[in-house]
Design a protein around this ligand. Structure first.
Ligand code: SAH
Length: 366
């Protein structure tokens, strides 16, 4: 096998990025396999160096804060890995009222946040009409803030209306870009084709779009990961969400093994090298499996965190996976502590909107 310098070209991050951007299916799978299974600690630190250099070129040392509001735990889908799946009869279901959602944004705005991420299961109670009203209220009250939606698959028309109501960004992880893998993780009525179409629709409408996948989800292989990388390269999303899969006790994957943070960290670095301008969160799931998971993520090219702004009494009920961190803390304490840790790790907490480098907004219909 080639030396580390041959793989990443320590002093030449751009060249390594170029290599990932040209790699075919089998070379991509081999690079991923090499870094996950064979690379020495020096080679992995070379990879992290490449990722950090590329992140710094566009974003410096900034780590962008987004306030996450988990506004409904109802879901009509059956994603077999997720604690919120409809067939989990033990899941506690709640929905925040419109006032509560806007109220959590107001709290976030006072704390300094300039981005709110509204996330939920696929809850049909939240019609276009209700959601558009919520989005436009938030945008009217806080015109300097960005609104990100993460509410699953909807029609193109619905995405269009929400965009026209003021939504700026949309997170919809593709979960896996390999058809057979997708089938093993989702109910038969769900389809990878539809999920990918949603991402293309969102992009075309003008949203900043986030795709992504879990690391070490059941049946994942280096080949399915290579498909993920090829898909990300084709889609060119502005954001990529990747975090470790963590088993949930009331799902069929309850006994699946717990992954090591290092594998997510390596994949974060590879994604940064593939898409140098991407906004890349160090996820709560990464902080859950390793007390220093998020710091490790920043040192490998991640540059976003999404502290929880949901009402503390609801956090435990939004249970995608077991043992989620920060489920008891008051929002203010939790994010102050996180900001302190980020500074300590040598990065700069950044509360601006944090748009992608070079982003030019598209006109909206109003
Ligand atoms: N309904 C929205 C939000 C889903 S939850 C949607 O469909 O996009 C957000 C993300 O959590 C999912 O995309 C999935 O990748 C992740 N997730 C779900 N279950 C998980 C688990 N057990 N471990 C880690 N991440 C999980």
């Amino acid at each position: 096998m080639q030396s580390a310098a041959g793989k990443t070209g320590r002093s030449r991050p751009l060249e390594f990025s170029g290599r990932l951007n040209r790699a075919g299916r089998s070379e991509m799978a081999e690079l991923i396999r090499y870094f996950l299974e064979e690379a020495s600690p020096e080679e992995i630190s070379d990879l992290a160096f490449c990722a950090e250099t590329l992140r710094e070129k566009y974003y410096g040392k900034s780590v962008y804060f987004r306030g996450l509001i988990e506004f409904s735990s109802y879901c009509k889908n059956d994603c077999y890995y997720c604690g919120l799946q409809r067939s989990n009869s033990k899941a506690r279901r709640y929905r925040l009222s419109e006032e509560e959602i806007v109220g959590r944004c107001a709290l976030g705005r006072r704390l300094g946040f300039r981005t709110f991420v509204l996330q939920s299961g696929e809850d049909m109670y939240f019609t276009d009409e209700r959601l558009c009203r919520i989005v436009s209220r938030i945008k009217t009250l806080f015109p300097d803030c960005a609104v990100t939606l993460s509410i699953g698959e909807r029609s193109r028309d619905s995405y269009r209306r929400l965009y026209d109501a003021g939504a700026d960004r949309y997170l919809l992880r593709h979960e896996t870009a390999d058809e057979a893998h997708y089938r093993k993780l989702h109910a038969p009525e769900m389809s990878l084709r539809n999920r990918m179409q949603c991402l293309y629709d969102l992009k075309e409408i003008g949203y900043q779009v986030g795709a992504g996948f879990m690391v070490d989800s059941p049946y994942q292989t280096c080949e399915t990961l290579a498909e993920d990388f090829l898909f990300l390269r084709e889609l060119q999303p502005e954001m990529v969400g990747i975090g470790p899969f963590i088993p949930h006790k009331d799902t069929r994957f309850a006994d699946y093994y717990h992954p090591a943070a290092e594998r997510t960290v390596i994949l974060l670095a590879l994604v940064r090298c593939l898409l140098p301008k991407v906004l890349l969160p160090a996820t709560t799931a990464l902080g859950t499996i390793d007390p220093f998971g998020r710091e490790k993520g920043f040192r490998a090219g991640a540059n976003v965190v999404m502290p929880n702004l949901s009402p503390p009494e609801r956090r435990r009920e939004y249970s995608l996976y077991d043992h989620k961190i920060c489920t008891g803390d008051e929002a203010a304490e939790c994010f102050q502590r996180l900001a302190g840790r980020i500074r300590k790790a040598g990065f700069v907490p950044d509360f601006s909107r944090g748009d992608p480098a070079g982003w030019r907004p598209r006109a909206r219909r109003n």
